[in-house]
Design a binder for this molecule. Structure first.
Ligand code: MG
Length: 259
């Protein structure tokens, strides 16, 4: 099931994306009356996808980012992966949805894209053993862990570099039925392939991340874990368009503008 959050006719709702094919012109949104953290109740109303504005598919209370979780990216950053997950927070005010603009700060000289598989948590949880980790997952979406690399290096910690408004694009929807143990994670900029990794190369896999994080922190429905980025991160410039694709989910595209 592909769960969308969307605006149409002045209202914001959740819904379920329906076929018949994969051509966006053929896709229809079945409108839901509630939220996706309980059994979805459909109203019976259906809207063509082309007539709605897709929003970030969830509003997380927090986003957990995982640093250097692919060995090839750790190497391009000049290091090795940490032996335990390196966790940081991105504020929910950084979240934008499909088609929304990534705004480059006036006083950063180097903002990178980071294509990532995003895990969406489905229920309140704490101290989840890895054997039960998938029980607390609602599904998966595409994420772009946009990062001001110069601020990340200069600040000593990452709140500003990772937390600037618009630095957490999410979408286009949450896919609830997907085996994410080995799917492609790619970034393109103006159509040029920049990142091309596979989740089989995650240093700390998804059950390990959920077990590690929930040893310390309660996760709430809608919270997001950005699982790390493969090699090939690179700078964004005003006027460009960056797309993150995860195999089996879809593509999240955002224009880049200067502030
Ligand atoms: Mg990242």
């Amino acid at each position: 099931m592909r769960i969308v959050r969307f605006a149409a006719q002045g209202d914001v709702s959740f819904g379920v994306l329906e076929g018949p094919g994969e051509d966006p012109a053929d896709l229809v949104v079945a409108v839901a009356s509630g939220h996706p953290f309980a059994p979805m109740q459909l109203t019976g109303e259906r809207l063509p996808l082309a007539q709605v504005k897709l929003l970030a598919p969830v509003l997380p209370s927090k986003i957990l980012g995982i640093g250097r979780n692919y060995a090839d990216h750790a190497a391009e950053m000049g290091g090795t992966p940490p032996t335990t997950p390196s966790v940081f927070l991105k504020p929910n005010t950084a979240v934008i949805g499909p088609g929304d603009a990534i705004t480059l700060p006036r006083d950063s000289e180097h903002v990178d894209h980071e294509a990532e598989l995003a895990v969406v948590i489905g229920r309140l949880c704490r101290e989840v053993p890895r054997e039960r980790a998938y029980d607390v997952v609602l599904g998966y979406t595409c994420g772009n862990d946009v990062t001001a690399r110069d601020w990340q290096r200069s600040d000593g910690q990452w709140s500003r570099a990772k937390g600037h408004d618009t630095f957490a694009p999410l979408g286009p929807w949450v896919e609830t039925e997907l085996d994410v143990s080995d799917v492609a994670v790619r970034a393109t900029v103006d159509g040029e392939l920049r990142q091309d990794g596979r989740t089989a190369d995650l240093v700390h896999d998804i059950p390990s991340l959920i077990e590690w994080i929930t040893r310390y922190m309660t996760l709430l429905p809608g919270d997001v874990i950005l699982t790390g980025t493969p090699a090939g991160v690179g700078p964004l410039a005003p006027g460009q368009s960056v797309s993150v694709s995860v195999e089996g989910i879809g593509t999240l595209t955002n224009p880049v503008v200067s502030r």
